[in-house]
Write a new protein. Structure first.
Length: 338
């Protein structure tokens, strides 16, 4: 996938491997009100946070926000921050129905990434990017360029963490965004629900043998797949699978088809997004003679996930349960049948 492949390479090469998003707040108590109530929200500020190598001190919540990439847009909407959004860009698929009305009220600056000038035209004081490619310096959208213009930025931490447990990274992402916008109470409520949902899925799968899983995102000469460092890998594990390319030390990466064959996945998870349909991806896999002996191909064992389910955003806990139902349908059905 063009927008993520260079982003991840850039994250691996340009960002120090030890860089991990962490936050340090002031001694003030957390704010828990909407950004519209500046007087009470300011009680949680100043707030200092380190995000992917950039340290920012907020004296008050940002008021005018541009989001780039769907999963960060949905984080904002889940936390009730629609009124803060003055622009958005780059959907992978449809926003969840629960966000549709709010999303429709936000100006779409570009179908994919807006130019630096298009972002500036929205007059934001904060830009939130989902993938490192949102802040590609060569396209004029580097974080330093926005800083020089007086605009704060945040990058979703899946692009810059290394070696952490991705679900914990997701919780911290939600916590830091909630803290930045003075809605910590909402963020903590979401985290509590997410942990309960994850625990419920784990209970359904207790004692089951994991299935070996190969993720097919895209690719022809090579397979673009989920590696071991992102939320996609942990999602597979929590859904009762084992990612056959967990040894790739990045969230996404390329694998040879020879390695796909050698690792004998029992199930292929197809990421659904963009112009290439799931059926077209299945056809490409099923008609490749080199893959004929792969167990998942021989048995036509496929699972499907929207791409937005498999990145660091608010869809993940529900996505774990949905994938579990595809990998272990009988067990999940039995656990949910009264």
């Amino acid at each position: 996938m063009s927008r993520r492949t260079p982003a991840l390479i850039a994250a691996a090469v340009l960002l120090p491997l030890a860089l991990t998003a962490c936050s340090t707040s002031s001694d003030s108590s957390d704010g828990d009100t909407d950004t519209g109530d500046k007087a009470s929200a300011a009680s949680g500020f100043p707030y200092t946070v380190e995000n992917c190598g950039v340290t920012t001190t907020y004296m008050a919540p940002p008021n005018r926000v541009v989001t780039m990439n769907q999963h960060v847009t949905e984080i904002m909407l889940e936390l009730g921050l629609r009124k803060s959004l003055v622009g958005t860009a780059y959907l992978d698929d449809q926003v969840l129905p629960k966000y549709a009305k709010d999303y429709a009220s936000v100006p779409v600056l570009a179908k994919e990434y807006p130019s630096y000038e298009q972002v500036l035209a929205a007059n934001p004081d904060f830009v939130y990017g989902g993938y490192a490619s949102a802040f590609t310096a060569g396209d004029g959208r580097g974080r330093e360029a926005f800083e020089k213009a007086g605009i704060e930025t945040r990058l979703n931490t899946e692009s810059c963490t290394k070696g952490d447990q991705p679900m914990d990274t997701l919780y911290e992402e939600i916590r830091e965004v909630g803290r930045t916008f003075g809605v910590s109470e909402r963020a903590e409520a979401w985290i509590k629900r997410a942990k309960a949902d994850n625990a419920a899925t784990a209970k359904k799968l207790a004692g089951l043998k994991p299935l070996s899983v190969f993720v097919y995102d895209s690719g022809d000469k090579t397979a673009f797949t989920a590696g071991g460092e992102g939320i996609g890998n942990e999602l597979i594990e929590r859904a009762g699978g084992t990612n056959v390319f967990a040894d790739l030390d990045k969230p996404f990466g390329d694998a040879s088809w020879e390695n796909v064959v050698d690792r004998e996945p029992e199930v292929i998870v197809i990421y659904d997004y963009g112009a290439t349909t799931v059926e077209q991806k299945k056809k490409r896999l099923l008609t490749d003679p080199a893959l004929a002996d792969v167990p998942a191909i021989k048995n036509k064992r496929f699972a499907v996930m929207p791409l937005s389910d498999a990145v660091l955003g608010v869809r993940v806990p529900a996505a774990v349960d949905k994938l579990a139902a595809q990998l272990h349908p009988e067990a999940v059905k039995a656990a949910t049948t009264p």
